[in-house]
Design a protein around this ligand. Structure first.
Ligand SMILES: [Zn+2]
Ligand SMILES: [Zn+2]
Length: 200
């Protein structure tokens, strides 16, 4: 896949076209190229994204997931919850990492687009015409690399993989499958958190 196909795939995965998911794709590709690695098919890479919860631009995380193959399902991505648009990508085999940060030089142009004006007025991104969505994408995608990102030095950093527990139990309360570390003891039985009645 060339970069344009990767972008198209990422935007289709994300569900709409926006600056932050596009930035995630560009920064994810830059981090992979700095380390000289391929997209993670298994857990060869680990990513720490600096986005948080419940704020604009979290779409950045989808661009990173699609591009690097570090996904919440595989458990090789995590949020540091700083509300920022940067990623640190680890290559486990070579024990190296690189941080790539988004540079906001095109933000004034992004804010001036009809897409962002409508978003600010409360229109959901999915209801904004495709060409207006793509205008924002191109502002980030077509800018010179140094205008939209800063690639840090390659650092010697190893990623210590936590043990993965692969045992499951069927909760006697609801009959649903639950991973063993999440079982709770309630009235002498091992049940899922929901059936225990305890706070999560
Ligand atoms: Zn988005
Ligand atoms: Zn249950």
């Amino acid at each position: 896949m060339d970069d344009t196909e990767i972008l198209a795939g990422a935007l289709a995965f994300h569900g709409h076209r926006c600056w932050a998911s596009t930035a995630g794709v560009r920064l994810g590709l830059a981090a992979m190229r700095a380390l000289g690695v391929e997209r993670a098919g298994a857990k060869e890479l680990h990513a720490i994204v600096e986005i948080g919860d419940f704020h604009g631009g979290m779409c950045f995380g989808d661009g990173i997931q699609y591009t690097t193959g570090c996904t919440f399902g595989k458990g090789n991505i995590e949020k540091s919850r700083e509300g920022k648009f940067a990623v640190t990508l680890f290559d486990k085999a070579s024990a190296r990492a690189v941080r790539v940060a988004y540079r906001p030089t095109v933000q004034p142009q992004i804010r001036a687009t009809s897409f962002m004006q409508k978003r600010a007025a409360g229109v959901p991104a999915s209801q904004i015409p495709d060409d207006e969505q793509m205008e924002v994408v191109h502002l980030v995608w077509d800018a010179p690399a140094e205008a939209v990102m800063a690639v840090g030095p390659i650092e010697a950093r190893s990623w210590i993989e936590p043990e993965e527990i692969v045992r499951f139990a069927v909760c006697p309360g609801c009959g649903e499958l639950v991973a063993e570390p999440y079982l709770r003891v309630a009235e002498g039985r091992l049940v899922c958190t929901a059936c225990s009645g305890y706070p999560r």
